[in-house]
Design a protein around this ligand. Structure first.
Ligand code: NAP
Length: 359
């Protein structure tokens, strides 16, 4: 590693290029697996690749796990982090603490050997991969041998004892969604959730149902009303209606919603993992309503100019992945809703090894 000035709490000392950038904006990081005085070095066990990023990488490699593995390895070698240049997104890791720098150790609340999940994006996390061992193409989970660094400001959560790791990882990846929904939705309001049957979408619907209450209305929207997520939401009453529609097709979507959303939504939550859904989200929402763009495929330009172009006075919120206590809130949501927990265990829990591809 290069000789350094005093290590920066935000990790600036790990930036190789461009000079002066912070790690998230940087092109390349130094991922040398040695903990500076204010860093945590972890042995990585698995990555949970962000859904937008994994979908893009899988499509670019024809859905072939071996090519996906080679792609991820090359990307991490090139950048020193998993930062997909196409989607701009990353994911998170789960691993075991190997070493804690001496100035951080008294404050970290951690010991070597603790198992943690990172709550900051892989787009700013120095990452070294020794070998990729398995990939689950259905969930975007990658098991590997490697190391990662957390900076002094990096967030993490100790893995809970009462949930399988794979489930905790799936929930923590999208932990910002239920916490933000609980803040944005008021009792009695109408909530539309785009991409409702995915990880964040299901959690958003459950949080919206709890917050809007019996007088409120929750409408899920996704292309397939027979998907496991859609069936779960409908069967357990977490949505009042489920609309089968493609959020990229504004005309088709508007034609499909009048029965489900006659007065439009007070709050729209966008949880899709594809591009081109900004205008659908805006047009589903009442004037002076709120659109929360959790999706990483959101374009600021498309949202801002789209809303202006159709004369919609809506408040649009960028989906900050962090909200105070978001990890605890998201995990508690599973504990408070046994059916949701069972659904997540079934969908994202440990699978027979035949499901994943080993190398
Ligand atoms: P996920 O589990 O893969 O779910 C994505 C959902 O989008 C699925 O229900 C999918 O339906 C639906 N969808 C895809 N194309 C659609 C379309 N044209 N119209 C309507 N729905 C469509 O993804 P996730 O993990 O919940 O993540 C969702 C988004 O949040 C991604 O963009 C991800 O990058 C982002 N994210 C943001 C943060 C943050 O901090 N803001 C953190 C993590 C993830 P099908 O299954 O039928 O395709």
């Amino acid at each position: 590693m290069k000789a350094l000035v005093k290590p920066c709490a935000f990790g600036r000392h790990r930036v190789l290029e461009p000079a002066g950038a912070l790690p998230q904006c940087a092109w390349k990081l130094d991922a040398t697996p040695v903990a500076h005085e204010n860093e945590i070095l972890c042995d990585v066990e698995a990555l949970n690749i962000d859904s937008a990023s994994f979908r893009q990488i899988a499509e670019a490699n024809g859905g072939d796990p071996e090519r996906v593995a080679a792609h991820v390895l090359a990307l991490v070698v090139e950048r020193g982090k998993h930062h997909n240049p196409v989607t701009g997104s990353g994911g998170m890791f789960v691993g075991r603490v190997r070493a804690i720098g001496e100035t951080l150790a008294p404050h970290a609340g951690l010991s070597a050997g603790d198992r943690i999940a990172s709550l900051v994006s892989l787009t700013l996390t120095p990452l070294c991969i020794e070998a990729i061992e398995r990939i689950d193409m259905a969930t975007g989970r990658i098991w590997l041998r490697g190391t990662a660094i957390l900076f002094a400001t990096g967030l993490y959560a100790k893995l809970p004892d009462d949930l399988p790791d794979d489930v905790a990882l799936a929930v923590l990846d999208v932990a910002g969604a239920p916490a933000q929904v609980a803040r944005l939705v008021q009792p009695g309001e109408t909530v539309a959730v785009l991409g409702a049957d995915g990880k964040s979408g299901v959690l958003a619907c459950v949080a919206a149902r709890a917050r809007a209450g019996a007088a409120g209305r929750v409408v899920g929207i996704a292309p397939d009303p027979t998907s496991p997520g859609a069936r779960f939401l409908i069967e357990h009453g977490y949505v009042d209606a489920f609309v089968a529609a493609d959020a990229c097709d504004v005309t088709g979507l508007l034609a499909a919603i009048p029965d489900a959303l006659p007065l439009l939504a007070d709050v729209t939550i966008n949880c899709v993992n594809v591009a081109g859904t900004e205008l659908s989200s805006i047009l589903l929402t009442k004037d002076r309503g709120t659109v929360y763009f959790f999706s990483m495929n959101t374009s600021f330009t498309a949202a801002a100019l789209g809303a202006e172009g159709v004369g919609k006075d809506v408040t649009m919120i960028v989906g900050n992945g962090y909200a105070k206590d978001h990890a605890a809130i998201a995990l508690q949501t599973l504990r408070d809703h046994p059916a949701l927990r069972a659904y997540f265990v079934d969908r994202y829990g440990p699978k027979p090894s035949a499901v994943a591809s080993a190398f």
